[in-house]
Design a protein around this ligand. Structure first.
Ligand code: AOF
Ligand code: ZN
Length: 347
């Protein structure tokens, strides 16, 4: 593995999920066996990785090589073409790990036309790195992750409609990490009104917010809901005119909207990756319409059960004396082996 491309990939991974419409990109400039500049694309509208690395150079980059995770752009978008910057700087060779599937970009051709050698250096992490960006370009909709947590007996919520966290602390933290790498979080009206969620990223080390998208249907917003405290303006789709009185607090789309249209609007609102945390109705409609890219299921060692007695309990049935012994992959199935812990020595 090439050490410089490895470094460029690490830089790109570090900014994964924070570049909005743009892909995460890292760049490393090398001259006479020394790294003289490194950079990443930190934010949509800001310098691309190549310009950031050129800016950081400790000596003239004339005659240097650049290792960049993505084909340099050649178009005028929110920023000028990277090819111009590389040509001006006198870069001799460009090592890149992936082509840019943005149809406006033809950087390799431009570079070659200016006598710059371009060399593809494949890297095993590139596919994952650009999967959301490439899917968004291809499908013309945000990258979609469906997430659900369920009990050992496969219940998302109990049959009387109660729903609350079934998974453990670690899974919950993991969900916040998942939130931090998506631009939007989508739930339905039932979840909003019953769970009263905050829909924020609660990881102290991460200052990244995620924009709520609520499929409210005919239900009514009420000002006591936690969502009113959200730092970003939530987007609400509703068929109930009475919600329009909250147009200052929310971006309200009034009327009947199909999922396809909702996803188009998400893109227009700057949501390029969407985490769907809805209840079973919402998840089913995304699944039915084949509108998802990742499906993440957390399974917790709890059993909600079927009996009348259990259904009407306020708390779920928790099996405290189980430990997770083994996780096995059986082709496309997952086998979770839990063992009952021995409570006393003669047991
Ligand atoms: C690069 N280096 O670091 C990134 C690239 O609107 P703009 O000017 O920011 O251009 C966005 C497009 O540029 C984006 O859709 C993708 O094709 C490419 N991203 N290109 O050379 C970078 N982030
Ligand atoms: Zn660029």
């Amino acid at each position: 593995m090439n050490q410089y491309m490895n470094l460029a990939v690490s830089l790109a991974e570090t900014v994964y999920g924070q570049t909005g419409a743009n892909p995460p990109v890292g760049a490393v400039i090398v001259k006479n066996g020394r790294v003289i500049g490194i950079g990443a694309h930190l934010k949509e509208g800001e310098n691309h990785a190549e310009r950031a690395a050129l800016k950081a150079c400790t000596e003239s980059p004339k005659g240097a090589d650049i290792y960049v995770t993505l084909e340099p752009c050649s178009h005028h978008g929110k920023t000028p073409p990277c090819t111009d910057a590389l040509i001006e700087a006198g870069i001799k060779r460009v090592f890149y790990a992936s082509c840019d599937h943005n149809s406006k970009v033809d950087g390799l051709k431009v570079l070659k036309a200016h006598g710059i050698e371009v060399i593809l250096l494949q890297h095993p992490k590139i596919f994952e790195l650009y999967r959301p960006f490439n899917i968004k370009l291809k499908e013309d909709r945000p990258f979609i992750t469906l997430k659900t947590a369920m009990t050992l007996d496969g219940k998302i919520a109990r049959e009387n409609g109660d729903s609350y966290w079934v998974s453990n602390e670690q899974s919950r933290k993991d969900v916040h990490l998942l939130r931090s790498i998506h631009d939007g979080i989508l739930i339905g009206g039932n979840t909003l009104l019953k769970d009263n969620p905050h829909l924020t990223v609660r990881i102290s080390a991460i200052d990244k917010e995620i924009r709520p998208v609520i499929l409210l249907g005919s239900k009514l917003l009420s000002s006591e809901l936690n969502i009113f405290e959200h730092p970003l303006k939530p987007i609400v789709f509703t068929t109930n005119k009475d919600n329009l009185k909250f147009s200052n607090e929310f971006q309200i789309y009034y009327g009947e909207y199909e999922l396809d249209k909702i996803l188009k609007i998400c893109l227009e609102e700057g949501i390029h990756s969407l985490l769907v945390e809805g209840g079973s109705t919402i998840l089913t409609s995304f699944l039915n319409n084949n509108l998802f890219d990742d499906l993440i299921i957390y399974i917790a060692p709890k059993i909600f059960g079927y009996s009348e007695y259990q259904i009407h309990q306020a708390k779920e049935v928790t099996v405290d004396n189980l430990i997770l012994h083994k996780v096995e992959k059986l082709e496309s199935d997952i086998k979770l082996t839990y063992r009952r812990t021995r409570q006393c020595s003669q047991d």
